[in-house]
Design a protein around this ligand. Structure first.
Ligand SMILES: [Zn+2]
Length: 299
C-alpha cells in the first residue's frame, strides 16, 4: 500500500451500528466513534445527525475524503436503496448530503465491497490478486477486489452474492428467492442454530450468549461444523465462478472462523480443478474494518 495524500474519513453504515474513523495516510486509526444506527432516526434529520458526528471526530475537517460503506444495495450516486436493513436512510443521497455539509468529497459503496478493499490494503487480503470477501453478519455480504479494483456490475452496483440459491430447502428470503445463502449461513443463521442447541436457560439470555456458550462447549463442534458446511455450500459456487486466490471472512460470524473451518472445508466437495487454488483467511481489521475500508475507497 502506497498510502494516501491526506487523512481520510471512513463510515461503516450498518443495519445495527454505525462506526466512524479518521484514517491516517498510512492506515492508522487516529479517531473513531460508534453508535446504534437507529439513533439517527429517519429522513434528512438522520443525515444532519450523521454529518454532526463526522464534524465531532478529531481531525475530521482536515480530511481529504469521506468514504461510506453502507448495507447494500447502494446506487452509484450514493443513494441508499435498502429498505430492509436501512429503512431510515433509504431513498436519501448520503454522498451529496455529507459533501454539502462538510465540503469534503464523498463516495458511498456497498459495505462488503468496502470491507474487502480495506482488507486488501491493510489486512488479510494484502497481496491478493483476486480477493473474495465474505461478511457474515445480519445477512451475507460479498465483495470482490481484482488487483485492488472493486468489482461492480455495468450499472456501478456491487453484486449481492449473499442472494445465491444453495442446495437444501426451507430458507425463504425477503428478496423473493426460496433458499438464499444468507438465510442459511449468515451470523443470524448461526444464532438460530445456537439457540436451538443450547440449554433453555442459556437460550433465554439471548442469541449472542448462545453462540458464546457453543464456542466454549465441547459439543459446540457439531453445530459449528454444520454452520461451516452451510457457508461452504454458497462459497463453492463463488469459487467456481470467480476463482479467487484469497478468500477473507469478516463480520461477527467470522469470530468462529477456527471452529467452522473444518466443516467448511468438508463442504467444499468439488474437485480442485473446479475451484482453483485459494487460501481461506479470517479478516484482520476487526470491528472497525468496514469503516477503514470505506476510507480506502477511490474518490
Ligand atoms: Zn435472498
Amino acid at each position: 500500500m502506497t498510502g494516501f495524500g491526506a487523512a481520510r474519513i471512513g463510515i461503516d453504515l450498518g443495519g445495527t451500528k454505525t462506526r466512524l474513523v479518521v484514517l491516517s495516510p498510512d492506515g492508522e486509526v487516529l479517531a473513531s466513534s460508534t453508535r446504534p444506527t437507529a439513533d439517527y432516526g429517519a429522513g434528512p434529520e438522520a443525515l444532519a445527525a450523521l454529518a454532526a458526528d463526522v464534524r465531532q471526530l478529531r481531525g475530521a475537517l482536515e480530511a481529504g475524503f469521506i468514504g461510506v460503506g453502507a448495507s447494500g444495495p447502494v446506487l452509484p450516486d450514493g443513494t441508499i436503496d435498502n429498505p430492509d436493513t436501512l429503512p431510515g436512510l433509504t431513498g436519501l443521497n448520503v454522498a451529496a448530503a455529507l459533501r454539502d455539509s462538510t465540503g469534503i468529497d464523498c463516495r458511498v459503496e456497498n459495505d462488503a465491497l468496502s470491507a474487502a478493499i480495506g482488507e486488501w490494503h491493510f489486512g488479510a487480503g494484502r497481496g491478493a490478486r483476486r480477493l473474495l470477501m465474505v461478511t457474515l453478519g445480519t445477512g451475507i455480504g460479498v465483495g470482490l477486489v481484482d488487483d485492488g479494483r472493486p468489482y461492480t456490475g455495468t450499472d456501478g452496483i456491487a453484486p449481492e452474492a449473499g442472494h445465491i440459491p444453495i442446495p437444501g430447502a426451507g430458507h425463504p428470503c425477503y428478496c423473493g428467492l426460496e433458499n438464499c445463502w444468507e438465510q442459511s449461513a449468515s451470523r443470524s443463521a448461526l444464532q438460530q442454530l445456537a439457540l436451538a442447541a443450547v440449554p433453555a436457560d442459556i437460550a433465554a439470555a439471548g442469541p449472542q450468549q448462545a453462540v458464546a456458550h457453543l464456542a466454549g462447549a465441547p459439543d459446540g463442534d457439531r453445530v459449528l461444523t454444520e454452520y461451516g458446511a452451510r457457508i461452504g455450500r454458497g462459497l463453492s459456487t463463488l469459487l467456481t465462478v470467480h476463482r479467487p486466490d484469497v478468500v477473507v471472512f469478516g463480520g461477527s460470524g467470522a469470530e468462529q472462523f477456527d471452529r467452522f473451518l473444518p466443516g467448511l472445508r468438508a463442504g467444499l466437495t468439488a474437485r480442485p480443478e473446479y475451484h482453483g487454488r485459494y487460501e481461506l483467511r479470517p479478516a484482520e481489521l476487526g470491528d472497525l474494518g468496514g469503516a477503514i475500508g470505506a476510507a480506502c475507497l477511490s474518490s
